[in-house]
Design a protein around this ligand. Sequence first.
Ligand code: HEM
Length: 188
Amino acid sequence: MHGIVHVELQKYVIARHGRPVWLDLLKQAGIGNKAYLVSQQYPDTDIVALVTAASAMTKTTVPAVLEDFGEFIVPDLLDMYRPLLKPEWRTLELLEHTEGTIHSVVRLRNAGAAPPQLQCRRVGPSEVHLRYNSARKMCAVARGIVRGVARHFEESVTIVESACMHRGAPACKISVKRAAQSSSRLAS
Ligand code: HEM
């Protein structure tokens, strides 16, 4: 997996709990003293071990940790890939273009990176349906990223996951609805 995810997880844990907790988590996850770099690729197993240890330490479920982490990473993701984003996009438009414009470029630029297949269908002016499919089964990160993107654009969204790979579905189905007041605020 792209080192940005590992570097961001480190940043996330330090921001929420402090550096000593990060060092402790590395130890608990059996990783030792590793310094992650954005320019490298690292095993998915590091993320799984770290998030599992963080979940046990904070007595928070793994999906809740992943979702909070997903929300946390959005500002840095948007900063890193800013040239790919159109100024007129808001939450739903960014989601619509993630697969074709963002994840596809991530795949091209980073040989080892494999962002999830994310199909997005605009089903109305205020709603998109996402279909998430990845062997990593990190739909919680996807929900968190949606929340973070909405926060970035100061929009309010409702997120409903109606099918999930963790419940045996072939893919996760996530609907994202933008609240009416978000669009009126945008229009004003
Ligand atoms: C500016 C926007 C975005 C950027 C720059 C970005 C970039 C990335 C990168 C670099 C990875 C690591 C991939 C790897 O190494 O295999 C990743 C993974 C991921 N992305 Fe995105 N992404 C963006 C938006 C989104 C959105 C909108 C969603 C979902 C709503 C999403 C869902 C995910 C998930 C769930 C993963 C974890 C890996 C997996 O599930 O297989 N991303 N993304």
